[in-house]
Write a protein that binds this ligand. Structure first.
Ligand SMILES: Cc1cc2nc3c(=O)[nH]c(=O)nc-3n(C[C@H](O)[C@H](O)[C@H](O)COP(=O)(O)OP(=O)(O)OC[C@H]3O[C@@H](n4cnc5c(N)ncnc54)[C@H](O)[C@@H]3O)c2cc1C
Length: 435
C-alpha cells in the first residue's frame, strides 16, 4: 500500500475585513527582475485569478492525472516553465545552486529549503519494532540530510515531522508530556532528528521545524525543544520552533518556552507565523483566535515582546534568533521599524530574519532586500535579512506543492492583485523607456 503523510497545506481563505494590509510598497520594486520573470509570474497569477470553480476543476484534474501530465512532454513543458520555475528552486544540485545564486544576486540573503517529495511508504511501518526497520523514518532522515547537502552555511532547511512515516505520526498522535511511555514512543523520531541536526551542525545549516495541526503539535514542541537544548548551546540557534499566532494559547506557550530556554541556558530559535491549519482544526472555535484582527494582534504582540525584550524570566535573561515568516505588509513594516529603532547595545534578539514563500509576495521580499541593502550603520549588516522558503525536487515531486500554492494565491487575491499591478507597472515603465 502506498500512503502519504499528512502535509501542510499552508492554505487558507482570506476571510477578514481586517487589513490583510496590502499597502502598496514603493513602485519599481521589480526593477531588477528580467522581463521573462515578470511575464512568468504574471502568467501564474493570472491562473490564480481564474474564477474559483474553474480553478478548482483544473486543480482537481491535475491531481487526478498528475502521472500522465508529468510524463507528457507537451503538458509538462508549460508547467515546468511557469509554475515550477515560480515556486520551486530546482531538481539537481547545480540547478538549485544557480537559482539560489540568482536570488542572492537580487538581494535575497538565502533560502529555507524543503524537499517536496512526500515519502512513499509500504504500509508496514506501524508493525515494525525497531527504529532501523522503520522505512518511513529512514527515508525522512535521508531526505533531510540530502536537503542539507543542497544549501550553504547561511541557509536553513525546513523539517516537517509528519513526513517521517506512519509509525512516527502514530507516536506523535499518542504523545502525552505527562506519560513517560508516550514520551518513549518518540525515541526513534528524536534519534532521527538528532541525526539530521548533527549533519546540519557540521555544515553550519540551520534546522527550521514547521508547525502543523494541533493533533501533532505537542509532540513537535517536545522534540524541537529537546533538539534546541542539545544544539542551541553555543550562543546561537541551530534549531528553530514555529509558533502559530492564530492559536489562543501561543503567546503563553512562547513565554513559557523562553523561560525553559533561559533556565537551561540555550538560545531559542523562533519562527513566527499566523498559522495555516485553520480549516483542519476540529475545535476551531475553542483553540483559534475568534477573528482575524485577534490573530493580527497576537502576532504583533509576539513581535513586540521579542524585539523589545519585554518578557522577563526568573532565571538568566533569554536570548533568541527570530524569523518572521509572513506575507503581511503591516507586520513586516512594523517589525522592521521596531528593530531599527531599538537602542544600540546587547539585545535578547540580535538577529531578525524575514521570510516569504518563493513565488509569493515577491514585492515584499524585494522591498525588504533593497531596504536592507541601503541600511546605515544603525543596524549591523547581517543582523536583519530576508529569505525565501523554497522547495526542491522533480516536477512530479513538486506538483502537489505547486497546486497548494496556486490555491493559496487565489485565497490571497488582494495581495496577488498588488503583485500583478506592480509587475504590470514595471513592464509599462520599461516600455515607456524603450519608446
Ligand atoms: C516562510 C513561511 C513559512 C511558513 N511556515 C508555516 C508553518 O510552519 N506552519 C504553518 O502553520 N504555517 C506556515 N506558514 C503559513 C502561515 O502560517 C500563514 O498561513 C500565511 O503566511 C498567511 O499569513 P500571513 O502572516 O502571511 O498574513 P495574512 O495573509 O495577513 O494572514 C492570513 C492568516 O490569518 C489567519 N486568519 C485568517 N482568517 C482568520 C480568522 N477568521 N480568525 C483567526 N485567524 C485568521 C490565518 O492564520 C491566515 O493564514 C508559513 C508562511 C511562510 C511565509
Amino acid at each position: 500500500m502506498t500512503t502519504t503523510p499528512v502535509t501542510s497545506p499552508f492554505s487558507r481563505k482570506e476571510t477578514s475585513a481586517h487589513p490583510v494590509v496590502h499597502r502598496q510598497p514603493r513602485n519599481r520594486v521589480f526593477k531588477d527582475l528580467p522581463l521573462s520573470d515578470l511575464v512568468r509570474t504574471l502568467s501564474v497569477l493570472s491562473v490564480a485569478a481564474l474564477p474559483a470553480p474553474l480553478l478548482s476543476a483544473i486543480i482537481g484534474f491535475v491531481r487526478r492525472h498528475s502521472s500522465a501530465i508529468v510524463s507528457s512532454r507537451i503538458l509538462s513543458w508549460p508547467i515546468r516553465r511557469t509554475f515550477y520555475k515560480a515556486f520551486c528552486v530546482g531538481e539537481s544540485k547545480s540547478e538549485i545552486a544557480a537559482n539560489i545564486a540568482t536570488l542572492r544576486s537580487r538581494g535575497i540573503n538565502g533560502v529555507v529549503l524543503s524537499f517536496a517529495r512526500e515519502a512513499k511508504l509500504d504500509g508496514n511501518e506501524t508493525n515494525s519494532t525497531s527504529a532501523k526497520e522503520d522505512a518511513g523514518l529512514k527515508s525522512w532522515v535521508a531526505s533531510n540530510i540530502e536537503t542539507i547537502a543542497q544549501v550553504s552555511s547561511s541557509d536553513y532547511i525546513a523539517v516537517k515531522f509528519t513526513g517521517a512515516g506512519a509509525k512516527a505520526v502514530q507516536a506523535m498522535q499518542n504523545f502525552k508530556y505527562t506519560d513517560s511511555s508516550k514520551i518513549d514512543g518518540l525515541k526513534a523520531l528524536k534519534e532521527g532528528m538528532f541525526e539530521v541536526c548533527e549533519f546540519a551542525k557540521q555544515r553550519g545549516v540551520k534546522v527550521m521545524v514547521d508547525a502543523e495541526s494541533s493533533l501533532h503539535q505537542p509532540a513537535i514542541d517536545y522534540l524541537t525543544l529537546e533538539a534546541m537544548a542539545k544544539y542551541n548551546t553555543d550562543g546561537s540557534a541551530l534549531v528553530f520552533n514555529t509558533y502559530q499566532m492564530y492559536l489562543k494559547a501561543s503567546l503563553d506557550k512562547l513565554k513559557s518556552h523562553l523561560n525553559i530556554a533561559s533556565s537551561k541556558g540555550y538560545t531559542m530559535g523562533i519562527k513566527l507565523v499566523r498559522g495555516a491549519y485553520i480549516y483542519v482544526e476540529p475545535d476551531r472555535a475553542g483553540i483559534i483566535q475568534d477573528t482575524k484582527p485577534d490573530t493580527d494582534n497576537a502576532y504583533d504582540s509576539a513581535v513586540d515582546l521579542l524585539l523589545r525584550g519585554t518578557h522577563t524570566t526568573a532565571a538568566q535573561p533569554w536570548t533568541a534568533e527570530v524569523m518572521l515568516a509572513t506575507h503581511n505588509t503591516q507586520s513586516v513594516d512594523t517589525a522592521m521599524s521596531l528593530f531599527r529603532s531599538r537602542p544600540t547595545g546587547k539585545q535578547p534578539v540580535q538577529k531578525l530574519v524575514f521570510a516569504q514563500l518563493m513565488g509569493m509576495a515577491d514585492e515584499i521580499s524585494m522591498k525588504l532586500a533593497s531596504e536592507i541593502k541601503s541600511m546605515d550603520g544603525a543596524v549591523n549588516a547581517g543582523d536583519v535579512s530576508v529569505y525565501k522558503y523554497s522547495v526542491w525536487g522533480s516536477l512530479e515531486d513538486c506538483l502537489l506543492y505547486m497546486l497548494r500554492r496556486a490555491e493559496e494565491n487565489q485565497d490571497a487575491a488582494a495581495r496577488s492583485r498588488i503583485t500583478a499591478g506592480l509587475m504590470l507597472s514595471e513592464i509599462g515603465n520599461r516600455m515607456t523607456f524603450w519608446r
